[in-house]
Design a protein around this ligand. Structure first.
Ligand SMILES: NC(=O)c1ccc[n+]([C@@H]2O[C@H](COP(=O)([O-])OP(=O)(O)OC[C@H]3O[C@@H](n4cnc5c(N)ncnc54)[C@H](O)[C@@H]3O)[C@@H](O)[C@H]2O)c1
Length: 256
């Protein structure tokens, strides 16, 4: 455990999947949590779990692709909790399909949420963190943010963008007490995104996550807790000398 007692954490996409586990894990570590999501029903379920852990949780309805909505939500969190110590920029969407079939609108949709969304959250919280000379930003990229794979051009390019944002912002904020790192999950099951990607893979005659499991050196697919544990570390004082890093959490599937 990393003892995050008294810290307040913002988690985007905390309604389901990896984001839900990040939110509950940070609560177990002692954080009050705010969730930004478009799935309010799911976010309320996560909030109930956090209240059962004994921490506060507020649910904020906002589309991260819309900067005005993000600013309003971040303002509400600051008004309620007084501060934002930790941000897990986790919400994203996936798109599966070859470049020849990919509509320009679909490319834009993925970038609007995955790349613009991460930027919007950072832009909204950074002035506050710099003012307090403290902050931990953890962006969720992907191993596809380090290597392009067929049928994932928009998603992969948007995750390369998240890693670029992480590195540039980390260098800007390093002297100001704010660290910025990324986690790069591998194949994580038990999430809506994974179920959607598997369904599309089947439609296109491609293997599912479980069918690719033998390629993972550790020998199993990942689960949301594998990612949440690393996010908790990056949110803690134990990682205070790390910034600008993009940490693979892939069971050894990707090592660069
Ligand atoms: N599952 C995997 O195998 C895997 C692998 C690599 C990276 N990732 C990354 O991990 C993160 C979480 O993935 P997951 O599998 O849990 O996804 P998920 O689809 O299960 O959950 C995504 C969450 O983001 C929310 N969201 C989507 N669009 C939003 C928007 N515009 N504004 C606010 N919220 C929005 C959804 O409502 C949902 O709660 C993502 O960044 C994803 O790219 C996942």
């Amino acid at each position: 455990m990393y003892n995050l007692d008294g810290r307040s954490a913002l988690v985007t996409g905390g309604a389901v999947g990896i984001g839900r586990r990040i939110a509950t894990r940070l609560a177990e570590e002692g954080c009050d949590v705010a969730i930004i999501d478009i799935d309010i029903t799911g976010a309320e379920e996560t909030a109930d779990a956090i209240v059962r852990i004994g921490r506060r949780c507020m649910v904020l309805s906002a589309d991260i692709g819309d900067f005005a909505e993000v600013q309003a939500a971040v303002g509400e969190m600051r008004a309620r909790y007084g501060k934002i110590d930790i941000v897990s920029n986790n919400a994203a969407v996936v798109s599966v399909g070859s470049v020849m079939e990919l509509a320009a609108e679909e490319w834009r949709r993925v970038f609007r949420i995955n790349a613009d969304g991460a930027f919007h959250i950072c832009k909204a919280v950074v002035p506050h963190m710099v003012e307090r000379r403290f902050g931990r930003i953890i962006n969720t990229a992907s191993w596809f943010g380090k290597i392009g794979k067929p049928n994932y051009a928009a998603y992969s390019a948007s995750k390369f963008a998240v890693i670029g944002l992480t590195q540039s912002l980390a260098a800007e904020l390093a002297p100001l007490g704010v660290t910025v790192n990324a986690v790069c999950p591998g194949t994580i099951v038990g999430t809506r995104m994974r179920d959607d990607a598997d369904r599309k893979s089947v439609e296109q005659g491609l293997p599912t996550a479980r069918e690719r499991e033998s390629l993972i050196p550790i020998g199993r697919v990942g689960v949301p807790d594998d990612i949440a544990r690393v996010v908790a570390f990056l949110a803690s004082d134990e990682s205070s000398y790390m910034t600008g890093q993009s940490i693979n959490v892939t069971g050894g599937l990707w090592m660069h």
